[in-house]
Structures are given as C-alpha cells and as structure tokens.
Ligand binder design. Structure first.
Ligand code: GTP
Ligand code: MG
Length: 333
C-alpha cells in the first residue's frame, strides 16, 4: 500500500496531484484542515491536508505527457525500388511488409536478405519452402512436358547413390515419347543403377517387385499438359498399381507464368501430388511466380533445380536459397 499526504489549498488541487502521481485508483483515507506558519504568527494560513492510499499491486501511473514521436512514413514504392524481388507482391504481402518495417522501427525503406527471410518466416508460417516431405522409398515425378522430370530424377539418383550410398532403382512409364526410355536408361547405365520400363499399368507391381531390394525408387512419368485429362488419367492407371506409400512430386518450372502455374496446381490434383520440385531457377528474370507459389501453394517444396548439370544443379529448397537466387537474378539484370 502506498500512502501519500498532500498539503493543498483545496480538495480539487489534492485530487489533481494525487491522480498525477498515483493514478486514478488512489483513494482518500483522511482529510483535515491545518494552519501553516510559526506558532506566534497571527496570519497563519489555513490549508487542507489530504491523505491518499493506493493498493501496491497497481503500478503508480505518472501522468506525464508522453513525448510525441514523429510517426515514420514507410513507402512500399521505395522498399520495392531497393529490393526488386518484392515487385509484383500481392496487396496482402505489401501491407504485411509495411507492418514488418514499422514493427522493426526501420530507419530506411530497405530490408537485408536476412530480414526478408525473417519476414517470410513470420508472414507465411509453415510456408511451403520450410515444410518437407518425409523421406520415402517410392518417389514418383509428374508434371508438364519438358519441365525437367527426367533430369531431376538423374540428379537425385546420383546424389542418393554416390553421396548417400543408397541403393537406387529407376523406373519409367514414359513409353510415349521417342527417346524417353533411352534418356533415363543412359543415366541408369552411367550410374550403374537397376532400371525397369513399365509398358502397361498392370505390369507395375511386377516391376516394383523386381526392385524390391532398393532403398530408393525413382519413377519417371510422361509429361503432359494439365489440360489433357485423358493422359492424366492414363498416368493414374499406372500409379494406382503402386501399393507402397509414395511421395508424388509435381515438377514445375518457375519460369511458367502465374496463371498457368495455378492451373497446373489445380488440374494435377487428380494425380494426388503431395510435394513440389521447382526447376529452371537459372532461367527466370523475376520473382513474380515465386511470390505466387509461396502464397498459394500448400504443398512442401522439396528441391530447387538451377541448371542442366547432373548431379550438381539441385539444392534443397530453403528460404535462404530462394533469396540467394533472387539476388543473383537482380544482380545479373
Ligand atoms: N536451364 C535449365 N534446364 C533444365 C533444368 N532441368 C532440366 N532442364 C533441361 O530441360 C530440358 C527438358 O528436361 P527433361 O528432364 O527431359 O524434362 P522432362 O520433364 O522429363 O520432359 P518430358 O519427359 O518430355 O515431359 C532438358 O534440356 C534439360 O537439360 C533446369 O533446372 N534448368
Ligand atoms: Mg522426361
């Protein structure tokens, strides 16, 4: 309990001073009139003495006027000018970016790489570049034509067999495209990996059985337009014959435009993909589609591919790698 006595001219003054020093929760516990001055002074002044009490759990509120802080004006235009990768972000992301600048009381409309990563982690909790699919034995790669499915399989096969010393087996169901079987077979031969071609859906079980001793199975499929329902259904007939739990990666080139990307995300759902691999980072000149992907795709992104070299041009998908690519893009431009 805080007890404080004020000697004042009147009650109004007492209340003003007590409120100022103790806050509005202080209560009056006594008051009396007193005379101030030496005992022999006939002109002693009458005063009022008021005692206030305040429960100690209540912090005394000093009603000192807070100095007015100049509100900093943050400008999204300036921020984008200094960080070109923020171009073409949605309104939602822009207002979050301004909030981030305010929260961190930045002096300038600028963000460092670490801060952009930090912002992304904060704005997109559980974002697709942070989540990862658990490692599974059977992995299927689906996606539009020419996005790099077969090349990516070769990169992963090389990494798993040469670096991680895993027993890798390769399978293709792509018997449509001339040369498709040879393409994967060549990689299998170079890496000395077992290789099987599945010509009909009902043969899938038998081929999987042949490779049952492998630690990792990578299954290549034919590329098809997301609008070709018939081909998507054909692929499904093969995949339905895989009884193991599978990771099904939708392989997508980041140079695809945003509308097409969203249509691919949608239409490929018939193949039940549960993860993404993004390719051709080396070909993009802007970050537009990546903002779209981070905002609209809910599936984990497992790898980024950034060139034709097998096995080097593949990295684990992380926000840090993503920003590093963006910096390369805008430095080159
Ligand atoms: N620049 C670049 N090229 C790539 C990348 N990944 C693959 N490629 C190239 O893209 C072309 C097509 O690659 P594939 O692996 O055959 O693509 P796919 O998806 O299997 O194609 P289909 O089987 O015809 O659907 C090849 O010339 C690859 O070298 C990448 O990350 N960057
Ligand atoms: Mg292919």
């Amino acid at each position: 309990m805080i007890i404080k006595t004020y000697t004042v001219e009147n009650m109004k003054e007492a209340i003003v001073r007590a409120t100022y020093e103790l806050g509005k929760d202080a209560i009056i516990i006594s008051q009396q009139e007193i005379k101030i001055g030496k005992w022999y002074n006939p002109f002693k002044k009458k005063k009022l003495q008021v005692t206030f009490a305040l429960e100690e759990k209540t912090t005394p509120k000093i009603l000192v006027k807070e100095p007015k802080i100049e509100e900093k004006k943050y400008s999204i235009e300036e921020l984008i000018e200094k960080n070109p990768m923020l171009k073409n972000t949605s309104d939602r992301i822009r207002s979050q970016l301004l909030g981030y600048l305010k929260l961190n009381m930045k002096d300038e409309n600028n963000l460092s790489t670490e801060e952009i990563v930090d912002f992304m982690k904060m704005a997109f909790k559980e974002n697709c570049f942070e989540k990862k699919l658990r490692v599974r034995k059977t992995n299927v790669f689906v996606g539009p034509t020419g996005v790099g499915k077969t090349t990516t399989i070769a990169k992963i096969a090389a990494q798993e067999s040469l670096e991680n010393k895993k027993k890798v087996g390769l399978i293709t169901i792509d018997t449509y495209k001339i040369g498709a079987v040879e393409q994967l077979k060549t990689y299998a031969e170079i890496l000395k990996l077992p290789f099987e071609v599945v010509h009909r859906p009902e043969k899938m079980k038998e081929k999987l059985e042949k490779l049952k001793d492998c630690d990792v199975l990578l299954i290549d499929t034919l590329g098809t337009s997301q609008r070709n329902k018939e081909k998507l259904n054909d692929i499904n007939l093969y995949l339905e014959n895989i009884k193991n739990k599978t990771n099904r990666f939708l392989v997508l080139s980041v140079s695809t435009d945003i509308e097409t990307t969203n249509s691919i995300f949608q239409k490929y759902k018939v193949l039940d993909y549960n993860g993404l691999i993004l390719t051709k980072f080396d070909e993009v000149t802007n970050f537009n589609n990546l903002w779209n992907i981070i905002e609209h795709n809910e599936y984990p992104v497992q790898y980024f591919c950034h060139g034709q070299n097998v096995p080097d041009d593949i990295e684990k998908a992380t926000l840090e790698n993503l920003i590093a690519y963006s910096e390369e893009i805008y430095e080159d431009e």
